[in-house]
Design a protein around this ligand. Structure first.
Ligand SMILES: [Zn+2]
Length: 230
């Protein structure tokens, strides 16, 4: 976060278009938005992580103090650096594109640490680098003056985005089928729409301050210094 603070004064033009979007993190895709669009998971990261593990094993096989081990350690460190750069690049580019093309972005504030305990999800969660991504979404929200809201993830994947009925489903159920209103759609698309709805609900009562140019959600961390620099 130190890097973010150092250029928080940056402001860029963004054409306000009234577009509002909710995004849902998934297993199949990095995210699905409330327009039904998807962003692919970065497979290159999984590849890189495999190679990282191979290099790690090589280090532990080499005798301590040997020149072979020193070489292996060097290679491992290089790969580590590459993977963390790839993760960051993906997060930055994806966040920038998303925030730049919308006036309101709502995402789920996942407690990633809790989810990582679940072995099935662990790989995808770390790959997708969701929390890194949402940090950059927050950052670009300030840069482009886009409203960014994080909502609690309670029941966003269960509730029907059309009529609000709770439709219980396990992780393996990929389609949302509402027994009440008959709506049928991809579960991530339903969740993304629910997330947007939740975000919109939370803006009620805050719209006044937004209207006079005070983005109380995004700009609460701004210093008077950065304001005067606008
Ligand atoms: Zn329904």
């Amino acid at each position: 976060m130190i890097i973010l603070v150092s250029f928080a004064e940056r402001k860029e033009q963004h054409q306000h278009n009234g577009k509002q979007v909710g995004i849902d993190v998934g297993l199949e895709f990095f995210y699905t938005d409330s327009d039904g669009k998807t962003v692919e998971n970065p497979r290159f990261l999984r590849k890189s992580e495999k190679s990282l593990k191979r290099k790690q094993r090589k280090v532990s096989r080499c005798k301590k103090g040997s020149s072979n081990r020193r070489k292996a350690v060097k290679k491992l460190a290089k790969k580590h650096l590459k993977v963390s750069r790839q993760r960051k690049d993906f997060a930055v580019k994806t966040a920038r594109t998303l925030v730049q093309s919308n006036d309101l972005v709502v995402y789920e504030d996942l407690q990633v640490r809790n989810m990582v305990k679940n072995h099935h999800l662990a790989k995808s969660i770390s790959d997708a680098s969701w929390s890194l991504f949402t940090d950059w979404v927050d950052y670009y929200g300030k840069v482009f003056d886009t409203w960014v809201i994080a909502v609690a993830p309670h029941y966003t994947s269960q509730d029907c985005s059309v009529c609000g009925t709770r439709v219980q489903k396990s992780l393996s159920t990929r389609t949302h089928k509402c027994h009440c209103c008959g709506a049928v759609m991809h579960r991530d698309y339903n969740a993304a729409t629910m997330i947007l709805n939740k975000g919109l609900k939370s803006t009620v009562g805050r719209t006044e301050s937004k209207a006079c140019g005070q983005n109380d959600l995004c700009l609460s961390g701004e210093t008077p210094l950065s304001k005067s620099a606008e």
